[in-house]
Design a protein around this ligand. Sequence first.
Ligand code: ADP
Length: 254
Amino acid sequence: MEKRDDGEYELAFENVSFRYPGSAQYVLKNVSCRLDMKRKMAVVGRNGAGKTTFIKLLCGLYEPTEGRITLNGVDIRKYKPEEYRDLFGVVFQDFRLFSFPVWENVTAGYERDDGRLWKALRQAGAKELVKQMPEGPETLLYKDTGEGVEISGGEAQKLGIARALYKDAALIILDEPTAALDPLAEAEVYARFDEMTEGKTSIYISHRMSSCRFCDDIMVFDDGRIAERGSHESLLAAKGLYSQLWNAQAKYYA
Ligand code: ADP
């Protein structure tokens, strides 16, 4: 696979349909789209619309049942899986940390480089957290295998983000944590997202409408299809599904 320092990759879905193995029901239906690099994208839609599944296919964790996904015009099945996956730094909602030292949780099998480690921790907003741990990055997490430290959901999220950033991948994907963070920690994640993703392509899977405003290219999923796509302003003006969902949620937050 061609490694590019300029991050200029072209990813596209071509008529992709998908059923989970053993299931008769299509979760994605004839999805076609191109992902423009160096942009802040968001994927929104109701629960179960297919957002997370779309991302899992994009990352190569599942293969399309029909259609294909291409990178620079070539079917992603033709690339070596480990090389293809190196393109993505992802934090899914159900990410896991392990009862290992902090540094191992962040480097996750890649070679340790302390400069890179602290940079990732700083960008993820976890530098102070790790600095004040008893043994800094050598500190064991959790108490399952020894005398480790317990951390909150928000702190775990930051370390999960640091792990994604440590890879220094071209695309950063963040599945919005809906439960783990309190509103303040959540606001901090949005504020940092800009800094974290500078010069990279980012995709934010948004489970709340209020949180995709800061993205410049929003894809609205509905029942396994991309129903609409555009900027926040253009989608509101179109008065379609996005504006319906936006107005419905705005009522709760007004
Ligand atoms: P969203 O992220 O928009 O909430 P998902 O992509 O998680 O939606 O889910 C889309 C549909 O796929 C849902 O109907 C969900 O129940 C189904 N689904 C998700 N994961 C699996 C799985 N591992 N096996 C079978 N069905 C699944």
